[in-house]
Design a binder for this molecule. Structure first.
Ligand SMILES: [Zn+2]
Length: 290
């Protein structure tokens, strides 16, 4: 009888998936190889690639602000809706801050190649749905371009991009007016949530984050030096106006948006199917009928 009970207990423990027995980490680098297999299954192949940068953030915040903020939001979102989160990634577009200390600006071709090899390797390991969560304004042209180039040749996975989000209306009123694009009230408020220990509020007014409007060009005409022309200190807005309350409001909106994206991507059965159909047709376009 005792032997039968022992056998039953053993059988039952084999049948329970590993992730039910102990909670799986959302961090790719914290999982064992065996747990990684369970994590891919639990996440339905949905993985996050939070994308930061290393660049000056006004006189008062750390170089890794975008990386720290985006990882805070992504990791909290993945706790609410499980997804595997790729380790620290900061190999993006930041040529416009090369004149400031601590900026790491990889060449354009390397940015694209490294990102492609990263998503290829994620997919080879089961991440068939990859959400790049962008935390850095300077990546806003790079990432849609990268996503679009996924149609260049067949892939067995889908890349989704969640851009930097505008703060929603409402919440604790903002104290500053005018541009608030970099290290200003909004971003500083979020850092007061993610890493308050790294924010030097007493230094926020040591430099000007005002718009210097040094180009006289039509709004629709783009040129690369526009940012430096407006914000040569690599600071836009008033960091000193930041509050924890505003940070809570904006950060929780960001987390909610990531949770919504993870759920939508898990449910998405169409994108990969349509990609496959498209790649097949692209092999012999003359056969394509309306
Ligand atoms: Zn930033």
């Amino acid at each position: 009888m005792q032997r039968i009970v022992v056998m039953l207990v053993l059988l039952a423990s084999c049948a329970i998936p590993e992730w039910v027995q102990s909670k799986l980490s959302t961090h790719w680098e914290e999982l064992t190889a065996a747990d990684f297999r369970s994590a891919i299954s639990q996440s339905k192949g949905t993985c996050l690639l939070p994308f930061g940068i290393l660049e000056k953030h006004g006189p008062h915040m750390p170089l890794g602000t975008d990386l720290l903020d985006v990882r805070y939001a992504a990791l909290h979102a993945a706790e609410k809706e499980y997804a595997v989160v790729f380790p620290e990634y900061y190999f993006g577009q930041i040529f416009e801050a090369r004149h400031e200390p601590g900026t790491v600006a990889y060449s354009a071709h390397l940015q694209l190649e490294l990102l492609q090899e990263t998503t290829d390797e994620m997919a080879r390991n089961g991440c068939k749905k990859i959400i790049i969560v962008n935390g850095h304004g300077g990546n806003e042209n790079l990432l849609p371009f990268f996503a679009q180039t996924q149609l260049e040749k067949p892939h067995d996975y889908v890349v989704y991009v969640l851009p930097v989000l505008e703060a929603p209306p409402g919440g604790p009123p903002k104290k500053s007016s005018g541009p608030d694009m970099h290290a200003g009230e909004s971003e500083t408020s979020k850092m007061l949530i993610a890493r308050p220990d790294l924010v030097h509020m007493d230094r926020a007014n040591q430099e000007s984050g005002a718009d210097q409007s040094r180009l006289k060009l039509p709004d629709d005409l783009y040129t690369a030096i526009w940012w430096y022309a407006r914000f040569p200190n690599h600071y836009s807005g008033e960091g000193g106006a930041a509050t924890k309350k505003r940070g809570e409001f904006e950060m929780s909106h960001w987390e909610d948006a990531i949770v919504e994206a993870i759920r939508a991507v898990k449910a998405d059965q169409e994108s990969l199917q349509l990609q496959n159909e498209f790649f097949e047709k692209a092999r012999h376009p003359l056969d394509t009928q309306p």
